[in-house]
Design a protein around this ligand. Structure first.
Ligand code: HEM
Length: 158
C-alpha cells in the first residue's frame, strides 16, 4: 500500500451497510434451503439476519448499530451457547457466505478477501467453541471485536 493514501475501513471497502444487509439477507435464504444448516436456523427470529449484518458491519469498522441498540459481544456469544455446532456446520456456513459474497460481487481483491476470510474463520471458530459451553464466564461488558486489514495494511490503491 502506498503512503499518503486514506485507508478505508473493511466496511467501507466492502460497500457499506447496503452491501452487508443484502449479503446476510441472501445468505440466510441459502441457509434455509441447505440440508445441513436448515434445521439449526429454522426457528431464527425475523431480525436474525439484520442483527448479524449489523454485527459484522460493526466489527469491520461500520457504525455501532449492533452494540448501541441491539446487543453486545456478550449477547452474541450467549446466542451460541449449548448449540453444539459441528465443524461440518461451520464449514457449510462459511461456504455459503463466501458463495453469496461472490454472487453479490463483494470486492475480490486479495487484500480485502484475506482480511474478510480471516475474520470469518475467527468468528465461526469462536462460535463453535462457545457452542460447547452451557454458560459464559466472561464479563458482560467484554468489548466488541474490531477487525482490520492485517499485514497488507489496506487495499492496493494505484
Ligand atoms: C462470524 C460468525 C458468526 C456471527 C457474527 C454470528 C452471529 C450471530 C448473531 C448476531 C446471532 C443472534 C441473532 C439474533 O439476534 O437473533 C446468532 C445466533 C445463532 N447463530 Fe451465529 N454467528 C456466527 C457464526 C455461526 C455459525 C458458524 C453457526 C453455525 C453453523 C451459527 C449458528 C447460530 C445459531 C443456531 C443461532 C441461533 C438461531 C436462533 O435464534 O434460532 N452462528 N449468530
Amino acid at each position: 500500500m502506498e503512503e499518503n493514501k486514506i485507508v478505508p475501513t473493511l466496511y467501507e471497502w466492502a460497500g457499506g451497510m447496503p452491501m452487508f444487509l443484502e449479503l446476510f439477507d441472501k445468505f440466510y435464504d441459502k441457509v434455509l434451503a441447505d440440508d445441513i444448516l436448515e434445521a439449526l436456523f429454522k426457528h431464527m427470529s425475523k431480525e436474525h439476519r439484520l442483527h448479524v449484518a449489523h454485527f459484522v458491519a460493526e466489527v469491520l469498522g461500520g457504525p455501532k448499530i449492533y452494540s448501541e441498540s441491539e446487543g453486545s459481544h456478550f449477547v452474541i456469544i450467549r446466542h451460541h451457547l449449548a448449540k453444539h455446532l459441528t465443524q461440518q456446520q461451520r464449514l457449510g456456513w462459511m461456504q455459503l457466505l463466501l458463495q453469496t459474497a461472490d454472487e453479490l460481487e463483494l470486492p475480490d481483491d486479495p487484500e480485502f478477501r484475506s482480511a474478510f476470510l480471516a475474520y470469518l474463520e475467527w468468528g465461526t471458530r469462536i462460535a463453535v467453541i462457545n457452542s460447547k459451553l452451557d454458560k459464559l464466564e466472561e464479563p458482560p461488558d467484554m468489548p466488541m471485536p474490531i477487525w482490520g486489514w492485517g499485514v497488507p495494511g489496506g487495499p492496493y490503491q494505484s
